[in-house]
Ligand binder design. Sequence first.
Ligand code: CTP
Length: 397
Amino acid sequence: MSEKRILLIVGGGIAAYKALELVRLLRKAGIAVRPILTAAGAQFVTPLSLSALCEDKVYSELFSLTDEAEMGHIELSRSADLVVVAPATADLMAKAANGLASDLASTTLLATDKPVLMAPAMNVRMWRHTATARNVERLKADGVAFVGPDEGAMACGEFGPGRMAEPEAIFQAIQRTLGGARPLAGRRAIVTAGPTAEPIDPVRVITNRSSGKQGYAIAAALAELGAEVTLVSGPVALPAPAGVRRVDVETAREMLAACEAALPADIAVCVAAVADWRPETVGASKIKKQAGGEPKPIALVENPDILAALSKAGRRPRLVVGFAAETDDVEANAKAKLAKKGCDWIVANDVSVEGTMGGDANAVAIVTAKGVERWERAPKADVARRLARKIAESLKT
Ligand code: CTP
């Protein structure tokens, strides 16, 4: 394996001294570390100690003529396999969550195309402040991974969560990310996401509310674990996740055809909010209002059920997962849906909880033949990663 490289951003906090121990662990494991030290970080550790331990020069300034001549900040942001922020201060997290680029560290976080791992460290009240909680949620939704913070006595004399994770724990989180645990390598997955749009005439459609966020996050999480993912997507305003093959469709029938074309597969996860019905006939020209007349009724016919079709397909994926957006009796309905559709799991989602539809967080229950597993409310990206890990686990045997 070629030498792995970390870009380590050291923020300003008393925990910065632990970053030195982290560097030592990384170097011992043969991992190269290139350090960025913020101005605040330099109040806690010296550039000299960081440079000596990293065996590399320390980058601190955005507009340094000498540094830019050797390596521009854009190149710097991409020169590693992983960007680690330790300690990640409230200020650095706020900048990253809002896309600010006011110094070298924040510019690097905005310019990088590499995975980012943050180890937060701050006073307990700062950690618990709604602004920080909002930033953490935002960053998680953007795909940033976190390790810690731990709970305990703090340098400021208070007690609670906010202590930076121990260097050993950060080191292990780095190893996990770099080691690229890819338990789904060689597996093929189909994910449906977004709504479908069923034309009434050339300008009107019947559709469902769906942002596509959860489906896209699941496609990304399965790809992260090594699966070869086909994302069959209705019309949404989201970019395709990295490493995922996206097939754009409009109608339920197109979605079904695209899923069938993607078979054989080991995994199917149907997250799309498929329109249950479509107009029986589609007007070739725009339906005009009749002056003073009644609106014409639209005759509807049922759409194919993609989840049920994949569950019964001749080349049925080994694991078929459906979603259930319910407002009442969530688990009972999900159990009934499991039987009706013939799938293996239903991820039941209580959409009566405000902020679920179109929002960034989700509380779900996983309903299988074995029982119900309830997961606490978490960002959609976290729910996706946890689901992807559970899928990988179930395919092991
Ligand atoms: N689904 C699908 N094709 C359809 C309808 C639904 O693939 N034509 C999938 C969804 O992607 C989801 C699951 O079926 O994974 C549950 O869909 P939902 O609309 O909640 O269930 P329905 O079968 O429509 O049942 P009900 O309307 O009674 O809730």
